[in-house]
Design a protein around this ligand. Structure first.
Ligand code: HEM
Length: 187
């Protein structure tokens, strides 16, 4: 399989980025919900948020690289069988996933840095606080982060269902393309 995307296939870089980010998004959602339920006496009370924040900041860097890669190596156009509405819907849906994910990560950063302290990424380096003057920043960003997380996970679920519909009902190449296959026997 080639690294770059081609006019008919997704390449290895885009495929790996897609599935790693998908796993991390669902994993971070579960970790986030679980960690806010831990009480002060839990051994995870401090560690789980450290992990959540560290992974979130690394994910931010990965998503910037993903966007740069998308620019350098554009994704293949939609399968030939997709009508106009499907193409526009898919484009808008993907754009919303990118946007939602960035908004989610930024709101998380704004919660953790509201008190002016930076975030240590697994003790390796620190990302400094920047914006700290939003009124009730921690609360506001916290609410935004929670609602956005739910919205994004539900939307990603709809996105996954759409991929399954393409695979099992329309029988086109949409899903297999994200596993490195070309159109071949599918439209
Ligand atoms: C198990 C769940 C998932 C499945 C089955 C799935 C499936 C797919 C498929 C088949 C495509 C290619 C669509 C096409 O070629 O038109 C795609 C693209 C995409 N997916 Fe997913 N996906 C899943 C989870 C996620 C998650 C959690 C996110 C992020 C929150 C995500 C974000 C995206 C984006 C942004 C694209 C567009 C990629 C590009 O061309 O730039 N997906 N997905």
């Amino acid at each position: 399989m080639q690294w770059r995307n081609s006019p008919t296939r997704y390449g290895l870089v885009s495929i790996l980025l897609h599935w790693v980010v998908a796993l991390v998004v669902f994993g971070m959602f579960a970790l986030g919900l679980w960690m806010v339920g831990q009480d002060y006496y839990s051994p995870w009370y401090r560690t789980a948020p450290e992990i959540h924040k560290g992974i979130g900041l690394i994910l931010f860097a990965v998503m910037l690289a993903r966007l740069a890669w998308r620019f350098l190596s554009p994704p293949p156009p939609a399968p030939a069988s997709h009508g106009r509405l499907t193409r526009v819907g898919a484009k808008a849906g993907h754009a919303l996933l990118y946007l939602g994910l960035f908004a989610l990560m930024i709101s998380g950063y704004l919660i953790s840095t509201a008190d002016g302290r930076g975030i240590s990424v697994f003790g390796l380096f620190e990302v400094p606080a920047t914006l700290t003057a939003i009124p009730d920043q921690e609360d506001v960003a916290g609410k935004v982060h929670l609602y956005l997380a739910w919205a994004l996970v539900i939307f990603a679920g709809v996105h996954a269902l759409a991929a399954l519909k393409h695979h099992f009902i329309d029988r086109d190449a949409t899903l297999v393309r994200m596993f490195g296959r070309g159109a071949n026997h599918r439209a």
